[in-house]
Design a protein around this ligand. Structure first.
Ligand SMILES: Cc1cc2nc3c(=O)[nH]c(=O)nc-3n(C[C@H](O)[C@H](O)[C@H](O)COP(=O)(O)OP(=O)(O)OC[C@H]3O[C@@H](n4cnc5c(N)ncnc54)[C@H](O)[C@@H]3O)c2cc1C
Length: 324
């Protein structure tokens, strides 16, 4: 078991963690990134990415994350294949974290970039057809379904917003909800129910996602009426599961303030948490935008603020030494 000491400790290796590392390394903070169970983050489970700036052609999510990792390493980041299981941050800088390996990580600043995971239904076919008709992000993948038939599964704000967003691309959007009323805000419900291109299938649950993962991808959904038990099918080219996201914040419960959904709270417009020197960036603090480019942007902000924090620490130490 080893102890790894750095100026900048980053937990998480998605676009937020890697971007913080790139900026941190170039500012001589010698970052260590603890990658977690999903090196590269959420984009490693998708295929086509068409909205990350800088690429004229469609690129692949795993390839993009490989490039970010290489770039971070190239400028001097150390990658650790480990998962943080405990953190000690209450006492202020330096912050201590313990990995699943038993290794200890100590950082003068701590950047939390542990992201979030889309919640899935767990129905047969959902995983196999992921990226081949089944998605959890309309903003990311809606464009691929221009002029096609799509369904959104869910009944909260996210589901209604995703259905409305998809009408920019499709004239045939079906919202599938397991109850007979929506949980979404009234104003969103009104917009949805009035929209000529959206149909709602009430009291329906998806029993399976059907299609050929090696061929045409998703072709239809098998549905079951939650009241009568009656079975039916719905032909669709794309299905968007919109039943919420779970931020990876278990580690920080009782240690950092969170909102009702478990997202870390930061000072508005900054990545600063309530503990000086602890920064949060990417999806772990953002339930609104949830995009690779916004995660990368807040990762950059976290590194810049980390640098400023370290400069004030250095200044305070120099002052203390001068006073001795
Ligand atoms: C299927 C799908 C398709 C998408 N398509 C697009 C798209 O086309 N364009 C787009 O802009 N966005 C897309 N997104 C959204 C985008 O992937 C996210 O917004 C982005 O990845 C968030 O980045 P992040 O760095 O905040 O976190 P994540 O990518 O979620 O990464 C979190 C990281 O934290 C690590 N971690 C978690 N817990 C620990 C721990 N205890 N110790 C150590 N490490 C830990 C994980 O291993 C992971 O590396 C898509 C998302 C999904 C699910």
């Amino acid at each position: 078991m080893a102890t790894h000491r750095t100026k900048m400790l980053i937990i998480g290796s998605g676009p937020a963690g890697y971007s913080a590392a790139i900026y941190g390394a170039r500012a001589m903070m010698e970052p260590i990134v603890v990658q977690g169970l999903q090196p590269g983050g959420q984009l490693t489970i998708t295929t086509d990415v068409e909205n990350y700036p800088g690429f004229a052609d469609v690129i692949q999510g795993p390839w993009l994350m490989e490039q970010m990792q290489k770039q971070a390493e190239h400028v001097g980041t150390k990658m650790m294949w480990d998962t943080i299981v405990d953190v000690d941050i209450a006492g202020g800088s330096p912050f201590r974290a313990v990995g699943d390996s038993g290794d200890e990580y100590i950082g003068d600043v701590l950047v939390i970039a542990t992201g979030a995971q889309a919640k899935w239904l767990g129905a047969p076919g959902e995983q196999e057809l992921g990226g081949k008709g089944v998605s959890a992000c309309a903003t990311c993948d809606g464009f691929f379904y221009r002029g096609k038939k799509v369904a959104v599964i869910g009944g909260g704000n996210t589901a209604v917003e995703e259905a409305l967003y998809l009408t920019n691309h499709s004239q045939d959007v079906t919202l599938i909800h397991r109850r007979d009323e929506l949980r979404a805000e009234k104003i969103l419900q009104e917009r949805l129910l009035k929209h000529p291109n959206i149909t709602v299938q009430w009291n329906k649950a998806v029993s399976s996602f059907e299609g050929d993962p090696m061929g045409a991808g998703l072709t239809h959904l098998a549905l079951k009426d939650t009241v009568t038990g009656e079975e039916s099918t719905l032909d669709v080219d794309g299905a968007f599961v919109a039943i919420g996201h779970a931020p990876a914040t278990e580690l920080f419960k009782g240690k950092l303030p969170m909102d009702d959904g478990g997202y870390l709270l930061v000072e508005p417009g900054t990545p600063m948490t309530s503990i000086p020197g602890v920064f949060a960036c990417g999806d772990v603090m953002d339930h609104t935008y949830r995009q690779a480019v916004t995660a990368a942007g807040t990762g950059c902000m976290a590194a810049l603020d980390a640098e400023r924090f370290l400069a004030t620490l250095d200044f305070a130490e120099q002052e203390a030494e001068a006073a001795e």
